[in-house]
Design a binder for this molecule. Structure first.
Ligand code: TYD
Length: 200
């Protein structure tokens, strides 16, 4: 089963993934976690290009690099694990491309991005997508500290667009929208309630 986590920077995804890992570990459930972009040697190299190398990347190049990193991860790690019936947790998946490159950067027409996503994922779809929804202003307060990567430097207007993109995607049946302003424990409980329904 494939489970993805989505949300704008500062939504608390990492905390929730950490809590879920601990929960599965306690229950003795076999699972793997991958972050996007990344998760394979090639994809981590592409991640470095995307997040740390240069400030003036062409938006189409950016779109294709996120997709290239994804294709490698899906082919090398995700598909083989799903075939074995394992649980795979993803810290971002192609919905991030729709929201960030499609709505945020407007790098390409949404229909083109949809086609590209199908190609890059080898037609692999998550069963559940937990979307941690938080207003960009609130999220920005959480990310003020620390060094910002290339994407995080994009500014509030950009994140407003990304946020509206996620709201469009939330209409999809596989989306479970979670109020990310709630406490980490409350959010965790919501997530495991939903997962238990599917796993039992
Ligand atoms: P990361 O440090 O992993 O951030 P986070 O903890 O918020 O997931 O950096 C990933 C960044 O790349 C994040 O700003 C979102 C962005 N991104 C895209 O723009 N498009 C994509 O397809 C993906 C997977 C990520």
């Amino acid at each position: 089963m494939l489970i993805s986590f989505e949300g704008i920077d500062g939504c608390g995804k990492s905390t929730q993934i950490k809590l879920l890992k601990a929960y599965f570990r306690d229950k003795g459930v076999k699972f793997s976690v991958f972050r996007e972009p990344g998760g394979t040697e090639i994809s981590e190299k592409i991640r470095n290009l995307l997040l740390h190398e240069t400030d003036d990347m062409d938006p189409t190049t950016e779109l294709l690099l996120f997709s290239a990193a994804r294709s490698q991860l899906v082919a090398e790690e995700i598909i083989p694990r799903l075939k074995k019936g394992e649980i795979v947790i993803l810290d971002r998946f192609y919905d991030s491309t729709t929201a960030y490159q499609g709505y945020g950067r407007k790098s390409a027409k949404l229909s083109h991005i949809e086609t590209l996503n199908k190609l890059a994922t080898h037609n692999t779809e998550p069963e559940i997508t937990f979307y941690l929804r938080i207003d960009p202003k609130e999220a920005a307060k959480r990310t003020q500290r620390g060094i910002k990567d290339r994407m995080e430097k994009a500014g509030e207007d950009f994140f407003r667009e990304v946020y509206s993109g996620y709201d469009m995607l939330s209409r999809l049946e596989r989306f479970e929208v979670i109020d990310a302003t709630k406490s980490p424990e409350e959010i965790h409980q919501k997530i495991i309630q939903r997962l238990n329904k599917v796993l039992n």
